[in-house]
Design a protein around this ligand. Structure first.
Ligand code: BGC
Length: 402
């Protein structure tokens, strides 16, 4: 069937996303930096200067706006704002105030994430997210940060992918604190949910009037014959408890990259299926997962949806365009069915520090020279900027997933 040009509503928001630790550089005062330098962790390399966005944000924001996007999602670094318990840095808050003002000056909606995987060393010194006290500490941080920044914020995410913080940190030992302990895993999920609820209240009570939500890591869950029970159990802990906890919020942020398949013999997901291309991250090229997860997020949470992350780590920029075209076609189908989907944020603006995998995976619309920090705009950036500017998506001719 010939594919036609698709159009998106005028008010649909187009943006890109980053996170402080992955782009700012020099965030030595958080648990991730410590983890990167701890012998025996799975980290490929330290984050170091990252993309030096701490200093180069004016250039990045200007580039993003010039490309045609309407929003920038970034995170504020808790360990810079509250470097020791109860000591708040006015200078760090002023810095983020300038970043937000810079977005506004360029006509971009500033979307602020208050926790994107990193926790200050002082707060991580004990049991971190498996101790309920961390929820109170995080809420207090949000209260102070929003008091300084709230007036100009356009939209806020409380916690980025709390389900990944819990699963990778407390069960799979691939994120800090690097433990595998079912009891702590359970408590981490509980604390993160409570932290979201307290942060939601704190952000709503502060200055400004902007939508607040949680960003959740989602995957299309697929059960091979006999794998239904495993699939349901994993999906319950990784998605459902969060989607149920956000009911009534302004929105839920859907963040999707691929699918997870489950077979009868093991509770862990199966590897990539034969014939499906495998990406730098080790998972399958599966752009149709976005549509599936939006539908599920609506069904379970009942919330309006923002796609706060979707993207692909690949060295092949044509594959990136093909992936996003397919993913956006799914978003359009959701809109056609009357689902309330309000935005699409591509992950990521820049090639950046991909956590334990270091700088190998390249998700960016813009490449970054690791020595000179020079930015180089990829063809996909101009392409997606054009989609953002016009609200029109043409099928990508002759490009396939493989
Ligand atoms: C995270 C990002 C990460 C991206 C690509 C999401 O899980 O929020 O920090 O870089 O996926 O793996």
């Amino acid at each position: 069937m010939a594919r036609m040009t698709l159009t998106f509503p005028d008010e649909f928001l187009w943006g890109t996303a980053t996170a402080a630790h992955q782009v700012e550089g020099g965030n030595w005062n958080n648990d991730w930096w410590a983890f990167e330098h701890r012998p025996g962790t799975p980290c490929a390399e330290p984050s170091g200067d990252a993309c030096d966005q701490w200093h180069r944000y004016p250039e990045d924001v200007a580039l993003l706006a010039a490309l045609g996007f309407g929003a920038y999602r970034f995170s504020v670094e808790w360990s810079r704002i509250e470097p020791e318990e109860g000591e708040f840095s006015t200078a760090a808050l002023d810095h983020y105030r300038r970043v937000i003002a810079c977005c506004r000056d360029h006509g971009l909606v500033p979307v602020v994430t208050f926790h994107h995987f990193t926790t200050p060393r002082w707060a991580a010194a004990g049991e971190c997210w498996s101790d309920p006290v961390t929820a109170e500490r995080f809420a207090r941080f949000c209260e102070r940060a929003v008091a300084a920044l709230g007036a100009e914020i356009g939209m806020a995410c409380t916690i980025n992918e709390p389900n990944i913080v819990a699963t990778l940190g407390y069960f799979l030992a691939a994120f800090p604190p690097g433990v595998s302990d079912v009891d702590r895993y359970q408590r981490a999920n509980d604390t993160l949910i409570r932290a979201h609820r307290l942060a939601y209240e704190a952000l709503k009570a502060g200055p400004g009037d902007f939508p607040v939500g949680l960003s959740l890591s989602m995957a299309e869950f697929v059960a091979e014959p006999g794998g239904e029970e495993h699939m349901r159990r994993v999906r319950h802990t990784m998605e459902d408890i969060y989607l149920e906890a956000v009911r009534g919020d302004d929105f839920v942020g859907v963040q999707t990259y691929s699918r997870m398949r489950f077979g009868p013999d093991s509770p862990v997901p199966l590897g990539p299926a034969e014939g499906v291309p495998v990406l730098q991250m080790g998972y399958e090229y599966w752009p149709q997962a976005l549509e599936a997860t939006i539908r599920r997020a609506v069904e379970v949470s009942g919330c309006p949806i923002h796609v706060t992350e979707n993207g692909i780590g690949t060295a092949d920029d044509r594959q990136r365009i093909a992936y996003v075209t397919e993913a956006l076609t799914g978003v359009r189908r959701c809109l056609d069915d009357g689902l309330d989907v309000r935005s699409y944020f591509y992950w990521s603006l820049l090639d950046n520090f991909e956590w334990a995998l270091g700088y190998m995976p390249t998700f960016g619309l813009i490449a970054v020279d690791r020595v000179t920090q020079r930015r180089a705009v990829k063809p996909s950036a101009a392409w997606l900027g054009q989609v953002a500017r016009t609200g029109r998506l043409d099928p990508a001719p002759g490009v396939s997933g493989g």
